[in-house]
Design a protein around this ligand. Structure first.
Ligand SMILES: [Zn+2]
Length: 318
């Protein structure tokens, strides 16, 4: 039997023991951001630094110049303690379904608005746009419709633009046994789908789609894709290796997660939620705890503070 090394478990108690206070979190952040030591601007070399007791900063032993590890990161100028930030990241990493701002509000006492901002900031670190596939590799491609309600219910997906404008189109591409890319698209027209493939699927990949006519041009693209199609409308879902079960499974995961936990997501924020789900999915075979995969995304020059939640945040039911 083919056994993969399993991801290390990281129970809440172990997390709390490793990050008991703000000083420990700051020390971790400093070591993460300056793995080779802190290069002092004044001394023009890597020097020893010591923790400044009264501030979240470190000071050069030589000249006293201060360095703030949180500067330029998502933690920059946040009044929320680092321990709460780390806990929010822990929660987001530890659950398949994601965690709502309500839950962190209950558990840490920060306001809903603050919690919402924190999650948005954390998601902003998770974007990945590396292309997938390549020669001899299979990539499933499928589009899905998010938001609003399907008027006809059940059964087939609605393909036309009529009455569908209120839904957001998401294009998903999943490499078999590999990574997934999911991106919000303006529509599900042929030009859009083929351009998206060009952006994220490497040349010479074998691309599996369903019978939707807007994928028709796939095999004629200069990327030399090999195009294989499954005919869903004839109730044939798997013929040999021709299926889109991987990407469809991912849609279920995201839709169930958003329905169960977030209740609703504004169109403008859908991409960041997709980033969260793909980030976790793409690390499902990692051996390090998921928390470390998340926290190691912290970088300098992160996005600035996002806007407050708007009415739209609660406007689009899944
Ligand atoms: Zn110095």
């Amino acid at each position: 039997m083919n056994r993969r090394p399993k991801m290390q478990r990281f129970p809440l108690k172990a997390f709390q023991a490793k990050f008991p206070d703000d000083a420990t979190c700051l020390e971790w952040l400093k070591n993460h951001l300056y793995p080779d030591g802190i290069h002092c601007e004044n001394c023009k070399r890597v020097t020893k630094h010591h923790r400044v007791v009264s501030r979240p900063s470190y000071s050069c032993d030589n000249c006293g110049h201060h360095v703030h590890p949180t500067a330029g990161t998502i933690f920059h100028k946040s009044p929320t303690p680092l321990t709460t930030w780390f806990y929010a990241i822990y929660l987001m990493s530890a659950t398949r379904c994601g965690i709502s701002a309500k839950q962190i509000e209950r558990e840490t006492g920060v306001t809903y608005k603050t919690a919402w901002r924190m999650f948005k900031q954390i998601r902003s670190m998770l974007a990945e746009n590396e292309p997938i596939g390549g020669k001899g590799r299979g990539v499933e491609m499928d589009e899905a419709y998010f938001g609003g309600r399907r008027k006809n219910g059940g059964g087939r997906r609605l393909r036309t633009d009529k009455g569908e404008q209120y839904k957001t189109v998401v294009v998903g591409m999943a490499e078999r046994k590999g990574r997934i890319v999911a991106t919000v698209a303006p529509d599900a027209k042929s030009a859009t789908l083929l351009t998206t493939a060009r952006e994220f699927v490497l040349p010479k990949s074998t691309v599996f789609t369903d019978e939707y006519q807007c994928y028709d041009g796939m095999s004629r693209m200069t990327e030399n894709y090999q195009h294989k199609r499954i005919n869903h409308s004839e109730k044939v879902y798997v013929v040999g290796d021709i299926h889109t079960n991987t990407v469809e499974g991912f849609w279920s995961l995201v839709k169930n997660g958003l329905r169960g936990v977030y209740h609703s997501v504004g169109h403008h924020y859908l991409q960041t939620y997709l980033n969260e789900y793909t980030f976790r999915y793409n690390r499902r075979f990692d051996t390090q705890p998921m928390f470390l995969s998340f926290i190691k995304q912290v970088r300098k020059n992160a996005a600035t503070q996002p806007a407050s939640p708007t009415a739209e945040e609660t406007a689009v039911p899944f």
